[in-house]
Design a protein. Structure first.
Length: 203
């Protein structure tokens, strides 16, 4: 065996070990999904809130959450509300008001839920934006859009979702799904609960 042949054989062996190593390291992709709806509602843009400050009608009011996720209150100004529960926002407002009011007691109620919505696009009967008042799964989202057209590639569905990466930066991920697996209750990630802003794509 000459030098060239030996080198070629060595490279082939090395490539074989590399493929085996990659196969051993690979595994199923774990997507950030939930199968049970959250027990606490998180406030979002366009939600309408009732803020009640006990025994203080001047500070109590109905407010809408702005697109930037904040609300405006007397004395304390803008307060970020998006991503908080009603109880968490009440505590935040209570702490801010302590600078101006002696022993304030604040409660927050969600009067209108407008921040939870999904999009369904592609080969469905009624594509569009769907505002929801309760949490929905992938299959429920497809059903709300009227189901598939005759041209839909049912086993090549995708859900596009904004998620945080390891650095805490927001990035769009694409979650592949097969309708056949969803119907049978098989496969991964399965019939998960949709988050606000999710986009179901049916090619």
């Amino acid at each position: 065996m000459n030098f060239a042949d030996a080198t070629k054989k060595g490279l082939m062996v090395a490539a074989g070990y590399l493929l085996v190593g990659l196969a051993a390291c690979s595994g199923p992709i774990v997507y950030p999904v939930e199968y049970v709806a959250p027990t606490s509602f998180l406030i979002g843009p366009e939600d309408v809130l009732i803020v009640n400050v006990w025994r203080n009608q001047d500070l109590s009011r109905e407010v809408a959450v702005r697109p930037d996720g904040s609300i405006s209150m007397p004395l304390i100004g803008d307060v970020h509300a998006a991503g908080l529960t009603g109880e968490e926002l009440a505590k935040k407002l209570n702490d801010r008001l302590k600078e101006f009011v002696s022993t304030p007691t604040v409660s927050v109620q969600v009067k209108e839920v407008n921040s939870y919505f999904i999009f369904v696009t592609g080969e469905v009967m009624k594509p569009g934006k769907y505002p929801l008042k309760s949490y929905a799964t992938v299959m429920q989202g497809i059903s709300m859009a009227g189901g598939f057209t005759p041209f839909a590639s049912r086993n090549q569905l995708r859900v596009l979702r904004m998620a945080s990466n390891s650095k805490g930066e927001s990035a769009q991920i694409s979650i592949p799904l097969s309708y056949g697996d969803l119907v049978k209750g098989q496969g991964s990630p399965g019939n998960f609960v949709l988050r606000s802003g999710d986009i179901i794509v049916i090619p």
